[in-house]
Structure formats: C-alpha cells, structure tokens
Ligand binder design. Structure first.
Ligand SMILES: [Cu+2]
Length: 194
C-alpha cells in the first residue's frame, strides 16, 4: 500500500507540473508577439531617383544574432546591389546600396524578432536614377550568401524556427506521455499487489 501511495503522489506531482508548463507556455505565447516592420526607406512601391542606404525600422529592438539579421537588394537582373552587411542599431537595420540600371528592385530582409522568432519580408521599389554599380553575382555579406530569398537560415537558433504553438504542442505531448507511463506503472504495481 505504501508504494501505491507514493506513486499516487508522483502522479499528482506530474499532473501539477504538466499544468504549470502548459500555463507558462501559453502565457509566454500570448505575451510575446513578433516584432513587425514599422517603416522603411524605400517604402513598398516607392519610386526613388537616388538611394545610398536601405533603412528598416522595427517595432522593437531586434536580437543581434550573428547572421540572423539580413538585408539584400536584388535587381530584376537577379544581381545583388547591397554593398555591405546589414548593421543593427536597436530597432533599426540598415545597409548601404549602390544601384544599377533604372528599373524594378526589391529589398529582401530577414530579422530576428526580440522574442527570438525570425521575421522576414520583401519590399519592391522602382529606381529611376542613374546606374552607379553593376551589382554582384553574390551578396558581399557572407551571412547572406546562399540565403536566397531571405529564407530562414539553418544557423539561426533552434528555438527561432519553432512557433509558440509548436513548443506548446511538444510540451503538451510530452506531458501526456509522462502521465501515460505513470498510469501504466501504477496499474502494473496494483495488479501485482492484488
Ligand atoms: Cu514571435
């Protein structure tokens, strides 16, 4: 009887832990939202006659994760026109650019939100000025090489790829497994005692 009571206490403890984990994860998910892009230069759809720097302003300070914050500027010729790596200052991400022939361009960005999640977007704009660069086949920024269309990089923190929902489901699943194992142990103990 003694061991059965001990197991009951363990089971009750596991249930409490599972409930606490669910509450904590649920609260964390509700309290933290991704940072969003508030404004940019150029803005979406802008037509600019000169541009030496792309500036992206976010709703909160981004995380300075190495290689996680990225701006590339691609022409309709597929070439890169950013001339440096993105620099982070609080909520602002900037990079210098030297554009080529007038035409359609797009800024492709990716940033690590203050809650650790990656956010990304594309800002199409039109350039009407004179060509000051012939662009480059690849980004001059090592972090951007091979990143393609600002896709989340594989060297981002593991947690960055997981949404709160995913983490919640994993934790919930884990708790169900633990409780299930404890129930099996108790039933086996009970049948042995009977
Ligand atoms: Cu987030």
């Amino acid at each position: 009887m003694r061991s059965r009571n001990a197991l009951r206490r363990v089971l009750a403890g596991a249930a409490v832990i599972a409930a606490a984990m669910t509450a904590a994860l649920g609260g964390a998910t509700a309290a933290s939202a991704h940072d969003s892009l508030v404004s940019s230069t150029p803005a979406k759809g802008d037509s600019v006659s000169s541009l030496s720097e792309v500036t992206l302003d976010f709703s909160a300070n981004l995380l300075g994760t190495d290689g996680g914050n990225l701006i590339i500027v691609v022409g309709s010729d597929g070439r890169h026109y950013e001339s440096a790596c993105a620099e982070l200052a609080g909520p602002t991400l900037t990079t210098s650019v030297a554009l080529g022939a007038p035409g359609d361009y797009q800024v492709e960005w990716r940033a690590v939100s203050s809650d650790g999640h990656p956010v990304s977007g594309v800002i199409p704009f039109t350039y009407t000025g004179e060509s000051v660069s012939s662009g480059a086949e690849e980004s001059p920024c090592a972090a951007a090489v091979g990143a393609g269309e600002a896709a989340p990089s594989t060297d981002a923190p593991a947690s960055a790829g997981m949404s709160g929902l995913t983490i919640g489901l994993l934790a919930g699943g884990g708790a169900v497994v633990i409780v299930g194992i404890l129930i099996v142990i108790i039933l086996r103990t009970r049948s042995r005692e009977d």
